[in-house]
Design a protein around this ligand. Sequence first.
Ligand SMILES: Cc1cc2nc3c(=O)[nH]c(=O)nc-3n(C[C@H](O)[C@H](O)[C@H](O)COP(=O)(O)OP(=O)(O)OC[C@H]3O[C@@H](n4cnc5c(N)ncnc54)[C@H](O)[C@@H]3O)c2cc1C
Ligand SMILES: NC(=O)c1ccc[n+]([C@@H]2O[C@H](COP(=O)([O-])OP(=O)(O)OC[C@H]3O[C@@H](n4cnc5c(N)ncnc54)[C@H](O)[C@@H]3O)[C@@H](O)[C@H]2O)c1
Length: 465
Amino acid sequence: MNRAFDAIVIGAGQAGPPLAGRLTDAGMTVALVERHLVGGTCVNTGCMPTKTLVASARVAHQVRRSADYGVLVDGNVSIDLPHVMARARGVTETSRGNVESWLGSMKGLTLLRGHARFEQPDTLRINDETISAPRIFINVGGRARIPEDMPGVADISYLTNTSILQLTSLPEHLAVIGGSYIGLEFAQMFRRFGCAVTVVERQSRLIAREDEDVSEAIRDILEAEGITVRTSAECIAFARHTKGTAVTVDCHTGGREIVASHVLLAVGRRPNTDDLGLQRAGIETDQHGYIVVDDTLATNVPGIWAMGDCNGRGAFTHTAYNDFEIVAANVLDGEDRRVSARIPCYALFTDPPLGRVGMTDAQARASGRPLLTSKRPMTRVGRAVERGETQGFMKAVADAETRRILGAAILGTSGDEAIHGVIDLMNADASFDTLKWAVPIHPTVSELLPTLVGGLKPAGGDQAG
Ligand SMILES: Cc1cc2nc3c(=O)[nH]c(=O)nc-3n(C[C@H](O)[C@H](O)[C@H](O)COP(=O)(O)OP(=O)(O)OC[C@H]3O[C@@H](n4cnc5c(N)ncnc54)[C@H](O)[C@@H]3O)c2cc1C
Ligand SMILES: NC(=O)c1ccc[n+]([C@@H]2O[C@H](COP(=O)([O-])OP(=O)(O)OC[C@H]3O[C@@H](n4cnc5c(N)ncnc54)[C@H](O)[C@@H]3O)[C@@H](O)[C@H]2O)c1
């Protein structure tokens, strides 16, 4: 039997539920199909559990440093991992429960549990029924990419961001393959939980999308905590070992350089589009399986849109949510919102975190514009000094002619929050001169933003130091 709806949403991650809410508010009948857990990656195996674990790891770190602050704690710091993990699970379960009740409150919504697969452009199969609609919104997200071509990967047991959350005891030595968001957040967390940690990265530096000074400072921060970093690891191979896994990282020596009790694969994500029957609907994907969309997130098939991680236009919760906002505004409110208008911003939640917006310095230089740059170490930020957290720096790059900020990075205490001052300025399309007479609150990290932009000088004339 086929059931007809006004709209179908596939996936209850970050864009699907709010879109279902807007569509049902508009009086449509909507089928929302979810094959696993409502809330998707962020709620169940991504942002929420990891940031909860990062919080536990920070407490452990602070307690170890307590004497620096004149606070004496008797005894060693030890980690009750089942309690730590239960706390993360609790945060996830509450959030998932909230999404479930929200969906339950939507009039006109049918939540179907099962795997959706296209049969034709307007029809999907779920379990033993088919459903059809003139509008279909794909929000299927992604999963950890397993590098099948890495020698030995099939012979070992490895962890991903999902299975690592099931650990009940601490690894003796965690080898993290991949030195970007997932790898670095878990690496620091497990080091702070007391494990030996080695990060193995194929590229010549960590988090290589960022400027070199950012990569270097992050490496220094991690190494200072006792994490071993192996970059330029071009020949990674695994073999079983009595103590876990031997990880070869160097083709030239060919030696088994690291023996790890556990291996975490954090080498990127792949979209959940391989089992969606896209060919049957004629929906185009790129060579990595991402659904090809235009600037309004419409696919090549009329009446079908793709939102969130599966369209390759963003890989964050806030970009998935913004995809929902764009599609809802265009489909329901007659607006003409475009994804190209989005200013990229994100944070890496190491401690201290990295807050980022817009271009890197390298991208700004490549744009060929006349540039102004400014940089200030966190040792010259009063709040950081008072907190005893002076690692990192803040920097900005601006267009000398338009006097607009092109990009900024704050690697330092509260950098993930303070960067929003720059994000707001850029979204307002305001000149950085706007900040000249701004009166920020003292003592905050944000109060240095007017000083930072006040120090913008022709590129090459940084006021670092
Ligand atoms: C460890 C980790 C930490 C992260 N931390 C952050 C962070 O701090 N900040 C941040 O902004 N982002 C973070 N992210 C990224 C963030 O989780 C994702 O960008 C976000 O969840 C993407 O949302 P989405 O709606 O596109 O997809 P998802 O949240 O993945 O949701 C997709 C849903 O579709 C369902 N689905 C898939 N295929 C089908 C099908 N055929 N039929 C039915 N249902 C299907 C899935 O089960 C899933 O529930 C993190 C990711 C990871 C892995
Ligand atoms: N703070 C956050 O917002 C946050 C946190 C976690 C994850 N995420 C999202 O999840 C996505 C995935 O994160 P990720 O860190 O897995 O992926 P990523 O694509 O950001 O980084 C993968 C890293 O693995 C390295 N790599 C790739 N292949 C390799 C190989 N064969 N051997 C060794 N190294 C290899 C890459 O050079 C890169 O440094 C990100 O795009 C991000 O958007 C966001």
